[in-house]
Design a protein around this ligand. Sequence first.
Ligand SMILES: Nc1ncnc2c1ncn2[C@@H]1O[C@H](COP(=O)(O)OP(=O)(O)OP(=O)(O)O)[C@@H](O)[C@H]1O
Ligand SMILES: [Mg+2]
Length: 380
Amino acid sequence: MTQFQKDYDAKRSQAAIDRVRGLIGDNRLALADRIAELYDKYIPLDRDVLLREALMASVASLTTPITGKPDKRRIVAVCGRSGAGKTTAVAKHVENIKAMQSYIDDDGVEVHPVIFIDNPSPSTPRLAAIAGLEALGHEPRDEIRENEAWRLFRRLLKVHKVRWVVIDEAQHAIEEATIREAKVIGNAFKTLTQMRDWPVRLILIGVPPLASFLARKQLYNRRTVVPFDSIDADGSTEVIRSVLETIVREHARMEIRIDLEEPGASRAEDDDDPDPKKKYEFLKRLMHACDAEFGSVVQMIRAAVEVAILAEREHVTVEDFMKTYASFSGCRPSKNVFKADNWEELEPSTALLRDDDRAWEEARLKSKGKSATKYGVRPQ
Ligand SMILES: Nc1ncnc2c1ncn2[C@@H]1O[C@H](COP(=O)(O)OP(=O)(O)OP(=O)(O)O)[C@@H](O)[C@H]1O
Ligand SMILES: [Mg+2]
């Protein structure tokens, strides 16, 4: 799709949205805007410092290339499980780095130094190259061959003055790849970063299969991995608490009507069980419900706040989380992590998590003679 088409489509879409807005009452519109505002906020974590450093190093590797030996700054890979917050973080940082911003060149043409490719699933080396061509606004003919597609892609990157290629869901290129295909992809990535007249830098985003793939010889010396780990199950109630408070109090300007301390929010008020394990029970349930992935926690809290906003309340309650969990997971009430007494034994089944990724991880661990993923532990 060309830039003109993209702008035209964006205008059409905005016009359609404006029309619908005109048909909705002011009150509903105010609620919708409040919800939209909530979804617009970004919450930085320690890992953002690492990601920013890796991306700045990638900028530096273009301006001051190392000659003669491989450079680890050529590929930045953001690896973590589904719902960790990878795509959001990369988009946010790219937006804030000057060298990555669009500009008008000497010929008066708008240049976008970064392109985003959504890797299709299932993918092959050929389909990956085609996705790249499409991201550049090019429509390759149906019968284009694999090596031809990669050659054209490399040439067009130079024509469009693209310096960074972000490949999201990069694991699709290798998950089901044969040995030959994995090699082709590995070489294609490597070649992109060392084109003599127009080297580009890669930013790969993916779930753990990607990290294993990048450990292979061709790529190992050319990549920096930024891990987006799961939240540590035991030590992170404070992080979750601060995220909850930030979203509810600062972003939504609402009150939290949930007992975040002992004896656990969902227990009866007269239950004064002194067992310290029960402390911060609500926060632990929240973490468990989201399978300890930061982005999923953010999504869950926002959705619960949305329930409260739509109910025209100025506070959130445990019931908002129960409802949210029920709608995400489609579970029966007895299996609701925010309600059930045996919540720790329940397998969280939110719609945010992708079964395919879990199945892949488990199969891989089993093949190595290890047991499958435990809650809060991210395999590599
Ligand atoms: N730092 C953050 N601040 C605010 N919201 C965030 C942040 N990180 C993630 N989110 C929210 O969490 C949700 C999940 O994040 P995201 O889609 O980036 O995860 P992901 O790791 O790319 O997952 P997947 O592998 O499934 O693509 C998004 O709705 C996003 O808005
Ligand atoms: Mg993503």
